[in-house]
Write a protein that binds this ligand. Sequence first.
Ligand SMILES: Cc1cc2nc3c(=O)[nH]c(=O)nc-3n(C[C@H](O)[C@H](O)[C@H](O)COP(=O)(O)OP(=O)(O)OC[C@H]3O[C@@H](n4cnc5c(N)ncnc54)[C@H](O)[C@@H]3O)c2cc1C
Length: 416
Amino acid sequence: MRYSGLEVLRQGLLGNKAWPPMWRSPSPKPSYDAVIIGGGGHGLATAYYLARNHGITNVAVLEKGVLGQGNIGRNTTIVRANYLLPGNSEFYSHSLKLWEGLEAELNYNVMHSQRGIINLCHSDGQRDAFARRGNAMINQGDDAILLDRKGVRDLLPYLDFENTRFPIYGGLYHPRGGTARHDAVAWGYARAADRLGVDLIQNCEVTGFLIENGVVAGVETSRGTIRAPKVGMVVAGRSGQLAERAGLRLPIESHVLQAFVTEGLKPVLDHVVTYGRGHFYISQSDKGGLVFGGDLDFYASYAQRGNLPMAEHVMEAAMTLMPMIGKARVLRSWGGIMDMTADGSPIIDRSPINGLYVNAGWCYGGFKAVPASGWCMAHLMATDTPHEVAARYRLDRFATGHMLDEEASGSQHNLH
Ligand SMILES: Cc1cc2nc3c(=O)[nH]c(=O)nc-3n(C[C@H](O)[C@H](O)[C@H](O)COP(=O)(O)OP(=O)(O)OC[C@H]3O[C@@H](n4cnc5c(N)ncnc54)[C@H](O)[C@@H]3O)c2cc1C
């Protein structure tokens, strides 16, 4: 069924009882042309673009739980293309262009909202760095406007400009940045992939790999052996653990990142605002909740919930920047497992085992990457060559030293 306004009307008149399921629930077949492990945003997008761009439709996505309950449904939904370094810049630029046509492409409302992102700066040095980043964004073909203090005040009058610990000097405004509804992105890709013939197999955990003479031949799962000449490992926070089952050691540590949401409020915040100096960022969801977060909890963990010291730190930063937030009540907090690389940039590459491909290391920024990551991973799996916008996301850069250290934080996973 194609979704449309008329269909909503028709189904409404039928009591909303005739909507078909969004995807089938097939049993796994003994073999496929390609298997994707992980039904998060990146795995589902990979499967969709394998079918859509390369005509490879005999594909299974194997998900150990249910679709959309990993980080794709836990993130704070910021979508942006404001990167500095060659390698990242063209990749995220490509992703943002895909976002801009995504709803029409998938025939699904992912609530993509280009409300603009403002990164605040609090020193001359930070302003210079933002000017450089803004120029890199414009050279890449994206948009950036350097704001002075008055420019920020005109857009964000509710911030504390007078008493704050780190006075606001200005900001970098990225009007095409914004948000989208996170789980709708998983559902949209899932439905579209299913329509092209991809089998989405839930409650199917991959427990091992079939490797014959150094070449992948399939996977062992909680629902039996599934053979495939191409296997894509797209499991985000579980990448290190799963790779170990293939005998690989990835340059990844898993760390927890928390997020918070308040009760629903009338519209007060039109943009996404980030406050790097205080480790805080915020936006308002379409339901009215203020959605915000800060830094990693800073130690390695596979827990999907965080701890109080970081919660306290985030609340303090919120109050410093935006005292009015103290009147809102926090409804929920949660955590997700971040697959942190040593340079903060991802990996989309072949592994040393022929036929086994790695898509990992998205850190805390992989939501906005979903369309381009799926696009490039599908390209890699179909053609065995990296896509030009993901050519620097090589696995061996950690051995050769060709790091993509966007944050200039050095080689510590927890600092990116
Ligand atoms: C609190 C928080 C805030 C964030 N904010 C942002 C943001 O604002 N903007 C942004 O761009 N990014 C953000 N991120 C990061 C982003 O969510 C992740 O980088 C991205 O979602 C990871 O890729 P994914 O969607 O494929 O992961 P997931 O949804 O986690 O998918 C991986 C899937 O693999 C499955 N899996 C694992 N092991 C196995 C196995 N053995 N067999 C089968 N299946 C398996 C898991 O169950 C899971 O469903 C945030 C993350 C968090 C937690």
